[in-house]
Design a protein around this ligand. Structure first.
Ligand SMILES: CC[C@@H](C(=O)O)C(=O)SCCNC(=O)CCNC(=O)[C@H](O)C(C)(C)COP(=O)(O)OP(=O)(O)OC[C@H]1O[C@@H](n2cnc3c(N)ncnc32)[C@H](O)[C@@H]1OP(=O)(O)O
Length: 249
């Protein structure tokens, strides 16, 4: 995590496995939240992935595949969902700087951010359905909050396949697309924002958070977690994950 001129960068740094998320990365998100809450110097948070290929490929299946029952998976899913809710409701705006593939939980993390800047070549999607589970970190619930046409959102969830960047823009998931260097794209995007007046950014973010609190966003996310954990323990889910993990061996 580094902060530059009030912009706090959080990089997911596991490029060899497409920046899949383990408990260490989750701990990093927890520190990010603490940092913003205690230091009060951040005006904007940017989440991105290390490398050219991926933003994030979701949960690290080699770790989370060890969780077999609904209870075991609920414990992991709810822990992650709680930390990510804290990220979504940070007092400053959040940007997902999507440098490459974002699938599964990676697409959920991008969705909870306030803005999604997507590299032209990137593909993103909620592929959980192919593993016979739903989103389980709040991603489906956030998606329905993002002002997209609900039929497009539902289609994206139920097709369970990565979309290309043009489609992501046309359905309203991507805020903007970029080509070339991601930091140049970020600078161009935030140059139009009134970042120096961070009190104004925070005040607008509060309006959004008030709406989410009134509509019990957190409680709805926890229902999503519960539903996912029930699907998680079925044999069909474990067989699908097993097939991915053993595909080339
Ligand atoms: C668990 C939480 C749950 C949620 O609540 O949402 C989820 O996130 S479920 C979804 C989990 N994610 C996935 O199912 C994505 C799995 N990955 C892929 O589909 C592909 O790897 C890719 C991201 C599309 C990239 O494909 P490709 O370019 O062909 O690379 P490889 O497949 O060869 O990957 C290289 C290397 O990385 C390992 N890898 C990739 N993603 C994960 C992952 N999520 N967990 C663990 N390991 C992952 C992959 O197995 C390869 O390893 P080696 O074969 O050992 O090189």
């Amino acid at each position: 995590m580094i902060e530059k001129e009030g912009i706090l960068f959080f990089e997911i740094n596991r490029p060899n496995i497409h920046n899949a998320i383990n408990f260490e990365v989750i701990e990093g998100f927890r520190q990010l939240v603490n940092n913003v809450r205690t230091n009060k110097t951040s005006k904007l948070v940017v989440i991105t992935g290390v490398g050219e290929k991926s933003f994030c490929s979701g949960g690290d299946l080699s770790v989370f595949h060890k969780l077999k029952t609904a209870e075991e998976s609920y414990s992991m899913l709810s822990t992650v969902a709680e930390v990510l809710y804290d990220v979504a409701t940070l007092e400053v705006p959040t940007v997902a700087l999507i440098n490459g593939t974002a699938v599964g939980g990676g697409c959920e993390i991008a969705t909870l951010c306030d803005y999604r800047l997507v590299k032209k070549e990137a593909k993103c999607g909620f592929i959980q359905g192919k593993l016979a589970i739903t989103t389980g970190w709040g991603g489906g619930t956030y998606l329905f909050e993002k002002g997209m046409r609900y039929d497009k959102a539902l289609k994206m969830l139920t097709e369970a396949t990565p979309y290309d960047s043009n489609e992501l823009l046309s359905i309203g998931w991507a805020t903007d697309l970029f080509e070339g260097d991601k930091l140049d794209a970020l600078n161009e995007f935030i140059a139009k924002m009134i970042v120096p007046h961070s009190t104004v950014l925070k005040a607008y973010k509060k309006q959004l958070i008030r709406k989410w609190e009134q509509s019990q966003l957190f409680e709805r996310i926890m229902e999503e977690v519960k539903e996912c954990s029930i699907l998680w323990e079925a044999d069909v889910h474990h067989a699908a994950v097993n097939s991915f993990l053993t595909k080339k061996k």
